[in-house]
Design a protein around this ligand. Structure first.
Ligand code: PGA
Length: 255
């Protein structure tokens, strides 16, 4: 039985004040919730402060990016060892905003996947198609290509204890979530695609849905058998909305 994971991607939002207040509110809202793993990924500047405020809680620390190098002359970068050193656990890679604004390729993202595994960190590999690709019927081909970059270079076993976030680009930040049935169909495709290489690995990989998940639509998404939680952007900045999403996952996936 897969344990759901709901993770907040704060993106480029936050301040010391917000880290204090939002984490205090989340600790309060989520203190009695079991049955769903929870993580937050604040901007890198606030990771250490966030870790401090999360101390003693069940909320794990995540980060939004990592470099492919461990040290050296790479101005502005942050390494897997550094993220591990400050206590981060789940690291988002391949987010569509990085693929688009920073021209990150499938090959580079596969390298990031490898460096995180070597460091003992958990990659949260974001994949998903654009609106044009969706309309052209290329959703499965795009997801397969993005997964294959890792499968072909590292093998299916690399997906052991990892997370994939299916995030259709047209649903991110638009208020237009995929329907539960649409998302389920792609999640099943992703799991089946990995299962062609290794059925046991495919069965245990966490596949989150992301893209305009909110307090109102989360519960229905989580009724789907292959949706194992969510990667939440906008709604993760509000403690009450994020808590509703976490509780919906815990409730839907119990037993
Ligand atoms: P959203 O973002 O929930 O604001 O759509 C999700 C994401 O980009 O991870």
């Amino acid at each position: 039985m897969r344990h759901p994971l709901v993770m907040g991607n704060w993106k480029l939002n936050g301040s010391k004040h917000m880290v204090n207040d939002l984490i205090a509110a989340l600790r309060n809202e989520l203190s009695s919730v079991v049955g769903c793993d929870v993580a937050i990924a604040p901007p890198v500047t606030y990771l250490d402060l966030a870790k401090h405020h999360l101390g003693g809680s069940r909320i794990a620390l995540g980060a939004q990016n990592v470099d492919t190098h461990l040290s050296g002359a790479y101005t502005g970068e942050v390494s897997a060892e550094m993220l591990k050193d400050i206590g981060a656990k789940y690291i988002i890679i391949g987010h569509s905003e990085r693929r688009t604004y920073h021209k990150e390729s499938d090959a580079l993202i596969a390298e990031k996947f490898a460096i995180l595994k070597e460091a003992g960190l958990i990659p949260v590999l974001c994949i998903g198609e654009s609106e044009a690709e969706n309309e052209a019927g290329q959703t499965e081909a795009v997801c397969a290509r993005q997964i294959d970059a890792v499968l072909n270079s590292l093998g299916a076993k690399a997906f052991e204890n990892t997370v994939i976030a299916y995030e259709p680009i047209w649903a991110i930040g638009t208020g237009k979530s995929a329907t539960p049935a649409q998302a389920q169909a792609v999640h099943k495709f992703i799991r089946d695609h990995i299962a062609k290489h290794d059925a046991a690995i495919a069965e245990q990989v966490i596949i989150q849905y992301g893209g305009s998940v909110n307090a109102a639509n989360a519960a229905e998404l989580f009724t789907q058998p292959d949706i194992d939680g969510a990667l939440v952007g906008g709604a993760s900045l509000k403690a009450d909305a994020f808590a509703v999403i976490v509780k919906a996952a815990a409730e839907a996936k119990q037993g």
